[in-house]
Design a protein around this ligand. Structure first.
Ligand code: FAD
Length: 456
């Protein structure tokens, strides 16, 4: 008999429970990826993620071919395409990873119903996209944790499932039709410094991270200029690396740095379990604070300056330009630019989340929307009114100004931390730098925010 393995956010052959389960039960499998126009229609497929996806699919196909198989790519509604492939392959069951977002949950339900009507079975596998399945640990009075520390405690105490090796052989029926694989070169509008995708690249990066980065992660991860984080987020987003495998391998090192790294992976699971339990928080406030955000029309000039990295606050501009150039931004940059947009400019978090989502190669509904909400104070943060001061943040996390000089070359002539406050330069010297004036005073933004939130 033949099984279909539907790949979604799990584009790998290592540690892949649906693939292993299908191979254990069937003589042949059809590894299938369906390009879904509905995902493109909701604006979720920005060019950076499309390009990274093209790399991932090409690499997955190569890895399957190394094992005697290949990847079948189709385009259209996933339910229709799965049924069509099942007919072609004469398959009787489908294996896939459990999804988290509302869209993924609906897709799963529709597939269940359709396959049941056909007399076939859908096997949905947990802990493929996350280390622990959402809902694996819950507090006594709720279906999800809204506070991170108790979640971390329970998550850490719970064992992660064993890691599975890659299969040696994958037999795929010859006659099942596939579309040509998408190619990165056909996609326009990609950020010039975008990283390469694919499981081979992900595993290479992971090995390098284990060798050179992880043990010093705790002390260095907030250094904006230090390139001291793993940059594995796009691989986790596309599932070219397995979160469960990373947790196992990092724990095995038993260093403080590796422990801090595992804690960040727990943040990822945390946001996924919030989204799984409250799918509407992809667009709606987790907790409403009564904000009456500035309208996008009245704030249009400020929003544009923020998006283009021209706010006049060098640290904010550096981070926003890193996003434009790489399709990726350092976590500290994400925190301070999100605080700046929502609390200093008092613009709705959805405006910022949409911009990030358009550009981020790791753009992820759970991590992006819920981190945005966390920073806007509408999410699960226990300190919803905290405002990050970009100048203090800059002095703390970019003490020598190296990050700003890298991304804001107009200011590269300014030495040391002076680069963070060009407005303090005496008039004639300030004029030498072709860099915008601040779009507003921080004190003004703070007063507006406090008044809006009713804080004395
Ligand atoms: P590392 O520091 O090496 O951390 C390892 C992994 O842990 C990351 O790859 C990521 O999977 C996970 N992780 C780390 N921090 C967080 C966090 N706060 N929340 C959830 N997971 C985390 N992350 C995304 O993957 N996709 C997004 O769309 C996204 N949007 C964000 C938006 C805002 C406003 C903020 C404040 C954070 C966002 N993050 C997002 C979380 C975090 O910034 C990135 O995961 C991290 O910067 C990725 O870099 P890294 O792989 O080098 O991380």
């Amino acid at each position: 008999n033949t099984s279909v393995v539907l790949f979604t956010s799990d584009l790998r052959v290592h540690d892949h429970p649906p693939l292993r389960a299908a191979l254990a039960r069937a003589d042949a499998v059809v590894p299938l990826f369906v390009k879904d126009p509905a995902i493109e229609a909701i604006g979720f497929a920005g060019p950076n993620r499309e390009a990274f996806l093209a790399d991932c699919l090409a690499d997955l196909d190569r890895r399957l071919r190394d094992r005697g198989g290949r990847l079948v790519v189709r385009a259209g509604d996933p339910v229709d395409e799965v049924r069509a492939v099942m007919r072609e392959a004469d398959a009787d069951e489908v294996h896939m990873a459990a999804g988290v977002s509302r869209y993924a949950q609906t897709r799963e339900r529709r597939l269940h119903e359709a396959l049941e009507a056909d007399g076939h079975r859908l096997h949905v596998h947990d802990a493929v996209v996350t280390a622990l399945p959402p809902g694996a640990v819950t507090p006594t009075n709720s279906d999800h944790f809204a506070v991170f520390t108790p979640y971390l405690r329970r998550w850490s105490a719970q064992g992660v499932r064993p890691v599975l090796g890659a299969p040696r052989t994958v037999r795929v029926p010859d006659h099942v039709r596939s579309r040509p694989l998408p190619a990165r070169d056909d996609i326009t509008g990609i950020s010039p410094g975008l990283a390469r995708g694919g499981e081979s690249e992900g595993r290479r990066r992971w090995q390098a991270w284990l060798r050179d980065g992880i043990d010093r992660y705790g002390e260095r991860h907030d250094d904006l200029a230090g390139d001291a984080t793993s940059k594995l987020s796009p691989h986790l987003h596309f599932g070219t690396l397995s979160c469960a495998e990373l947790v196992h391998r990092a724990r095995a090192r038993a260093t403080p740095g590796a422990e801090d790294f595992v804690r960040q992976l727990c943040w990822r699971d945390f946001h996924h379990q919030v989204l799984a339990a409250r799918p509407r928080t992809a667009t709606a406030d987790y907790r409403t604070r009564g904000d009456r955000w500035r309208s996008p029309e009245s704030a249009a000039r400020d929003i544009r300056a923020w998006q283009e990295g021209r706010t006049g606050y060098p640290i904010v501009d550096a981070a926003m330009r890193q996003l434009l150039h790489e399709g990726w931004m350092h976590n500290r940059g994400r925190l301070l630019t999100a605080s700046f947009l929502t609390k200093t400019l008092y613009v709705d978090w959805r405006v910022g989340a949409r911009h990030f989502q358009r550009l981020l190669v790791d753009g992820d509904i759970a991590n992006n929307q819920l981190n945005w909400q966390w920073m806007a104070g509408t999410g699960t943060d226990s300190r919803p009114n905290r405002v990050l001061n970009p100048v203090l943040q800059a002095k703390r996390y970019d003490p020598e100004g190296a990050y700003v000089r890298r991304w804001v070359p107009e200011l590269a002539g300014l030495p040391g931390p002076a680069v963070h406050e060009p407005w303090k330069l005496p008039g004639p010297e300030r004029e030498r730098y072709d860099y915008p004036e601040r779009i507003l005073e921080l004190a003004y933004g703070l007063v507006r925010f406090k008044r809006a939130r009713g804080i004395d």
